[in-house]
Design a protein around this ligand. Structure first.
Ligand code: F6R
Length: 259
């Protein structure tokens, strides 16, 4: 596991964007796994800038999003499809048919979830998975006690996640109780995983995920088993890491020179 600590949210977003660009430059038809939420917004903004100013090409890229609320139509402003169009897809040269999100409106969840996994496989698997982390340690919507081998499925969100996400909804509007999410096992199969976290509010859960035991009580902790997982943190999110000095020492003394 690699931990890269930046001074600011902007810096961490740029560092993560550089990793996405490196992946696309090495493999123009890469398959990206994408997340929503507030944390990757800076990353997406930087990718849009790189596309517009530096010609970063998405024309052969395929994407699979981690999750989607059950019941929200794609044109609902809080649906993750809407979020992705607004914050990334509408501003880059990605082919619409290459962008995939779990279906929020399917009647047959089980069949849909199996087909989502199959589609990922048929595209050759995810080359680079982008993750945020919930205040309870979730990745995707794999809430505490999710099986660490779980696959794409319908999940009941915790009260805390519903509360955390209510900030995005209009007053009086109900936050959905269910989501379809890639499983922890699905995420672990990505060839490379980057997890972004910013702000003091994430400091405890980041310390648990990186330095605590691997446990389904903090599903992000499973990344300790991943061969190529990189955490991009700002100093606030890194503030409770016991090994912070060591992580900074490693970055300053990379065998290949500073990152
Ligand atoms: C979103 C997702 C979630 C978020 C997490 C953090 O697609 O999978 O796991 O990454 O809830 O959300 P923010 O970034 O808003 O703190």
């Amino acid at each position: 596991m690699e931990v890269i600590i930046s001074n600011t949210y902007e810096e961490l977003s740029k560092a993560a964007a550089a990793m996405v660009a490196k992946t696309l430059n090495a493999k123009p038809n890469a398959v990206l796994g994408l997340a929503t939420g507030s944390t990757p917004l800076g990353l997406y903004k930087e990718l849009i800038r790189m596309h517009k100013e530096e010609g970063l090409d998405f024309s052969h890229v395929t994407t699979f999003n981690l999750d989607e609320y059950v019941g929200l139509k794609p044109n609902h402003p809080q649906s993750y499809r809407y979020f992705m169009q607004e914050n990334l897809f509408d501003h880059i040269n990605i082919a619409p048919q290459n962008t995939h999100l779990p279906s929020a409106t399917t009647d047959d969840h089980e069949m849909f979830c199996e087909s989502y996994e199959r589609m990922i496989d048929e595209c050759g698997g995810i080359d680079l998975q982008v993750l945020g982390i919930g205040s309870d340690g979730h990745i995707g919507f794999n809430e505490p006690t999710s099986s660490l081998s779980s696959r794409t499925r319908i999940k009941t969100l915790t009260r805390q996640t519903i509360k955390d996400n209510s900030r995005f909804f209009e007053a009086g509007e109900n936050v959905p109780t269910y989501a379809i999410t890639m499983g922890v096992g699905t995420i672990l199969e990505a060839k490379k995983v980057i997890l972004l976290a910013s702000g003091e509010g994430k400091a405890s859960v980041i310390a648990d995920a990186i330095e605590g035991p691997v446990t389904s009580m903090c599903t992000a902790s499973v990344l300790q088993f991943h061969e190529r997982a990189i955490y991009y943190l700002d100093t606030a999110a890194a503030s409770k890491l016991k090994m912070r000095d060591y992580f900074e020492w490693i970055q300053a003394n990379l065998p290949s020179g500073p990152a």
